[in-house]
Design a protein around this ligand. Sequence first.
Ligand SMILES: O=C(O)CCC(=O)C(=O)O
Ligand SMILES: [Fe+2]
Length: 207
Amino acid sequence: MDVLFQGSLLDVDEKPGPGPLAPVRTRLSRGAWIDVLPGWLGGADALFDRLLREVPWQAERRVMYDRVVDVPRLQKFYGEDEPLPDPVLTEAKAALDAHYAGELGEPFRTAGLCLYRDGRDSVAWHGDTIGRAAAEDTMVAIVSVGSPRSLLLRPRGGGPSVRRELGHGDLIVMGGSCQRTWEHAVPKTARPCGPRISVQFRPRGVR
Ligand SMILES: O=C(O)CCC(=O)C(=O)O
Ligand SMILES: [Fe+2]
């Protein structure tokens, strides 16, 4: 696979795995919010390298109008009963469950992984509304490793967007009504950028 990633030299001295979980919450409109914690995962560059090599990345094609097009990123979905591909992700999920279970009322169950090979890979504006999130409040927790990319959020129906740069072990949690009243996207970028892997933890029945 033709992807290059220049990691941080500081990373080798870091304790691998999640640090203390004290994210900062930003309330958006209509009951949506995001929690953000930069650099939550120590050893993020090493995790990126392992995931790049070990995850069986899949290219998908989708029907769009009357054409079949390549999905502009590689993906791998881990269902409830599938072991996660790396122990650091298992630790991250356990830490997220410990922190959010009270508020969420249930654990995170699945992990969707996306690999953005370069600035041409992207995800278009959408909410994760296949399933319960179309009607209920929920949470989607995203850990990012590799080069930073912008995650944009905007209210459905229009309004100013919110931008967060995510990479290098950063955490963002989209919560409340975020999936149904807001949309999010990782737009293509013309600026040179290396690959990024995003890991999305979701509860049962949310996708
Ligand atoms: O790359 C990301 O962090 C976002 C991915 C995403 O929104 C999705 O897969 O539903
Ligand atoms: Fe999404």
